[in-house]
Design a protein around this ligand. Structure first.
Ligand code: CP
Length: 315
């Protein structure tokens, strides 16, 4: 692959290749050295048009650990504020010869559009409701390490599915790896085209969580609700918030996940989120650095190979 724009474009073997390499980066990150040099000489620019803690920090750490020159564009202080378009901004940065462009944008499809205009590798750090591929990959690595496999698991994704790029990328990835995925949430927070994914849909947590191996909770994404139905947090927590009572319906060794940022007392009880016997939320953050290292390493290899071919063809 030239870019990492979505899970949709990835073959299961490519997913496994990224996860296998990320496993080695988990070990590197836990070692004394922490650093490698596979991105040495490359320039990585992070462009975040939407707020982020985990994704931006982990892409920056990943690039620096692998030797890249990393620049974080302060989008709030950029010429976007003077009316410059996304494409003109990208073309301007492209003229500075970056090698890796990491982009988060509030509009679905914006990152794919940008990738067509530049001649470096583009990584989607989340675009609107569309995709968040590195999140799904880090979730997959977390599941694989906790459960010892990434196939034939019963996985429940719960909450605001309709507005969630995390849910969409996870649905695609977990389906490709032959897991049984269930969605649980109110009908108002289910996407209209959900039938296309071939998954079971539940409106009752106790019914939906029965015998699952993995419980993946999602935040209510009010910033994407466009003035539509916003549930009362109290009512929502009562029906869909994960607490010990509801979790008891899952398998006794079921793990609890959340991509973050989480709203304690809205979609998840704080004691469940902090329970180190059930919650893998901090593991997800750790896997995020390793997965982003692996993704940039593989794209950099392809980029170097493509440039070598171009040079050879020009001779
Ligand atoms: N999970 C996730 O994308 O978190 P951030 O918005 O903090 O990057």
């Amino acid at each position: 692959q030239k870019h990492l724009l979505g899970i949709e474009e990835l073959h299961p073997l490519e997913i496994t290749e990224i996860l296998d390499l990320a496993d080695t980066y988990v070990d590197l990150n836990r070692s004394e050295t922490k650093h490698g040099d596979v991105l040495k000489g490359l320039t990585q620019i992070n462009m975040f048009f939407e707020n982020s803690t985990r994704t931006q920090a982990s892409f920056e750490i990943a690039g620096k650990r692998l030797g890249a020159d990393v620049m974080n564009m302060a989008m709030q202080a950029s010429s976007i504020k003077k009316g410059e378009t996304l494409i003109d901004t990208a073309l301007t940065l492209n003229a500075m010869h970056p090698d890796l462009l990491v982009v988060r944008h509030p509009h679905s499809g914006a990152v794919n559009l940008l990738a067509e205009k530049v001649n470096c590798a583009v990584l989607n750090a989340g675009d609107g409701r569309h995709e968040h591929p590195t999140q799904a990959l880090l979730d997959a690595l977390t599941i694989r390490r906790a459960k010892g496999r990434l196939h034939r698991l019963n996985i429940a994704i719960c909450g605001d599915i309709a507005h969630s790029r995390v849910a969409r990328s996870n649905l695609l990835l977990l389906g490709k790896m032959e897991n049984r995925v269930r969605l649980i949430g109110p009908p108002t927070l289910m996407p209209s085209q959900i039938g296309a994914f071939g998954v079971e849909v539940y409106q009752d947590m106790e019914e939906g969580l029965k015998d699952v191996d993995v419980v993946m909770m999602l935040r209510l994404q009010k910033e994407r609700m466009d003035g539509g139905f916003i549930p009362s947090e109290r009512e929502y927590y009562h029906r869909f918030g994960l607490d010990a009572e509801k979790l008891a319906f899952a398998k006794p060794d079921a793990i609890v996940m959340h991509p973050g940022p989480m709203n304690r007392g809205v979609e998840i009880d704080g004691t469940i989120a902090d329970d180190i016997n059930r919650s893998v939320i901090q593991d997800q953050v750790e896997m995020g650095v390793a997965v982003r290292m692996a993704a940039m390493d593989l794209l950099a290899r392809n980029l170097r190979a493509a440039r070598a071919d171009q040079r050879a063809a020009g001779r």
